[in-house]
Design a protein around this ligand. Structure first.
Ligand SMILES: O=c1ccn([C@H]2C[C@H](O)[C@@H](CO)O2)c(=O)[nH]1
Ligand SMILES: [Zn+2]
Length: 131
């Protein structure tokens, strides 16, 4: 799947977002090196802090299906004019499994920027930090 296709797939997930509180849908699509793709959307909760972001939805789907060290690219998209930058919690959880992950971060006009997780989370705290 091309970068463009991964971003467009993430856009299809905006319709699945459950966002009665923020009205801010986010979509994600995580590609593994074997070509498997896991999608995600944000799922909010009346207890606001229990909300799950789109990126973490995709990540947890992948890990729970046996993927772990093979994440290649993650598309994150939103309906806003600014790029839909992953929040700190998502950056941290992605870093656990994939410090060298490539991200495709899009805005509502479907333009996207391509960058690495290391750029978004320099000097991250990960499993090796516990050695
Ligand atoms: O990295 C992020 C940041 C925010 N959101 C969601 C959470 C919430 O439902 C809405 C507004 O914060 O956007 C994500 O899905 N991913
Ligand atoms: Zn997040």
């Amino acid at each position: 799947m091309t970068d463009r296709e991964l971003v467009d797939l993430a856009f299809t997930m905006l319709d699945r977002s459950y966002v009665p509180y923020s009205r801010f849908p986010v979509g994600a699509a995580l590609a593994c090196t074997d070509g498997t793709v896991f999608t995600g959307c944000n799922v909010e909760n009346a207890a606001y802090g229990s909300t799950l972001c789109a990126e973490r939805t995709a990540l947890v789907k992948a890990v729970s299906e046996g993927h772990r060290d093979d994440f290649e690219r993650l598309a994150v998209v939103g309906n806003s004019t600014d790029y839909c930058w992953p929040c700190g919690a998502c950056r941290q959880m992605l870093y656990e499994f994939s410090p060298r992950l490539t991200l495709l971060v899009a805005r509502s006009d479907r333009q996207y920027v391509k960058l690495t997780l290391a750029e978004l989370l320099p000097h991250g705290f990960g499993p090796r930090s516990l050695d």
